[in-house]
Design a protein around this ligand. Structure first.
Ligand code: SF4
Length: 205
């Protein structure tokens, strides 16, 4: 097995900085698969900045719609690497996106993460997953308990305040009533709302 730090998916380039995550979501594809879109994303170790730059250099960087911090874990678990590669990507003219569970504040024990990332992240997509803390914890089984839900909402508001294009999303299998409750909750944060399709098995490694 090699370390897949960088992979293509659709018209974007994805960075896989870590396999760490404080949640154990019941729908996480890591429960059943080793990767996405044909790439094995289990890491033997997290990348150094030089390794990342070398691997990114194997791809035609300017041809992608955006570069996405995503991977097979929560990117903000490796915030120090994000803060190195993010400015470098912006310097190279890339549009950047962070796909996150919104727990970067709790993970890094600081409440200014949106401010820290605002200079190099253009848009953020936060997995909301549920309309209440209780339901969130039932689905996402965070090591932070129900505090995770409120920290996620604060993170979203912080990103909006920093001028980051912020979207909170749910997966379509949660049902119409819950989707509507989530829509109303997101309206209180200033973020956009999106309903994602459940990831298809045939796109998964
Ligand atoms: S937050 Fe994301 S990576 Fe972490 S367990 Fe949930 S779905 Fe998986």
């Amino acid at each position: 097995m090699t370390n897949n730090y960088v992979y293509e998916f659709g018209d974007s380039l994805y960075l896989n900085l870590t396999n760490r995550c404080p949640n154990r979501c019941e729908f996480c594809i890591r429960n059943v698969k080793n990767g996405v879109g044909g790439s094995d994303l289990r890491l033997l170790k997290e990348p150094t900045f030089d390794e990342l730059k070398e691997d990114i250099g194997l791809f035609p960087l300017s041809s992608y719609k955006e570069v996405v911090f995503c991977g097979f874990g929560e990117p903000t678990c490796n915030l120090s690497m994000m803060s190195q590669v993010g400015p470098w990507l912006k310097h190279n003219g890339c549009r950047t996106r962070l796909n996150t569970n919104g727990l970067g504040g709790l993970i890094n024990k600081r409440d200014d993460v949106p401010k820290l990332i605002a200079s190099y992240i253009d848009c953020v997509s936060i997995s909301l997953n549920a309309s209440t803390a209780e339901l969130y914890q039932e689905i996402c089984r965070s090591k932070f308990g129900e505090a995770a839900f409120y920290a996620m909402l604060d993170f979203a508001k912080g990103c909006v305040e920093q001028g980051i294009d912020t979207t909170m999303s749910v997966v379509d299998f949660i049902g119409e009533e819950e989707i509507e409750a989530c829509r109303q909750l997101v309206a209180t944060t200033g973020a956009k709302f999106r309903v994602r399709e459940t990831i298809r098995e045939d796109t998964v490694y």
